[in-house]
Design a protein around this ligand. Sequence first.
Ligand SMILES: [Cu+2]
Length: 307
Amino acid sequence: MKRGLPIALLMFAVLIAVTGCSKPVNQDTTGHDSGGHGSHGESAASGGPAKGGGTQPSGNGDHADNHSGHSGQDTAAADTTKAIWKLSADKPQPKSDVTVTVTIQDAQGRAVDKFDINHEKKMHLIIVSKDLSYFDHIHPEYKGEGRFEVTTQFPAAGDYKLIADYMPTGGAAATQTNWVTVSGNAAAPAAVVADQTLVKTVAGKEVTLAFDHLMAGMDTNMTFHITDQATKKPVTDLQPYLGAVGHVVILSADTEQYLHVHPTDEKAKGPDAKFMTKFPKSGVYKIWGQFQQNGQTFIVPFVVNVP
Ligand SMILES: [Cu+2]
């Protein structure tokens, strides 16, 4: 009799201990385990940022900006990350160095610290003037704890839209925007007018842009055909730019629609550089094709009216 009792007591004690510990976790009966979340919004347009993103030109300094918007397969990360923007100057001046800091946080304000490499970079920063007459494409350096930093100069007074394009690991491509006002007397904005002909001469090259069918809401293939301006010979020695035959950025005239564009043949060397995109709605769009030859990058801008 006596001998078995201590063992039974011991076992009972162990049993109480085990069940006691696990009890709190199980009490969470709202259907959420510690790792999951609820539903997520989806944007209307595929391949472009959601409308309403970004803040009004409101001076500079800290801006919390939160918007998302990519194609249906968006995951939580794209919808819930946000950007804290900071400039090294309260009132940036034209042609003077300004350091732009973009800190990516999740919905709880925690730093996002894992980013996928996309086109050879963790973040692409597109800078355009409000009238799209100025365009730059730079790559902020990752400093850790969700913070990216780059120093740049704005060419003239006026309003500029900054578009940070990144991919949180485990999420989809995300875009965050911010407006910056550069001090001084801003020139009157130029109208964004569709080109009569889609042939441009840049850096000694003649570039012709063509579409298979240009229509809003449909997948559209576009081809940049590049020849040497002097010899009219096709250019067949394009070098990879950001890991592909070229890189294309497209913005709607009101800067609201930012389109992701993917090369259909990354390894091509010219004369044709083919890309696929989708214009979310009809209207005027500006297109910047970026390519590299002989170690020199060149940018070819086009403006099209999408029916
Ligand atoms: Cu880039």
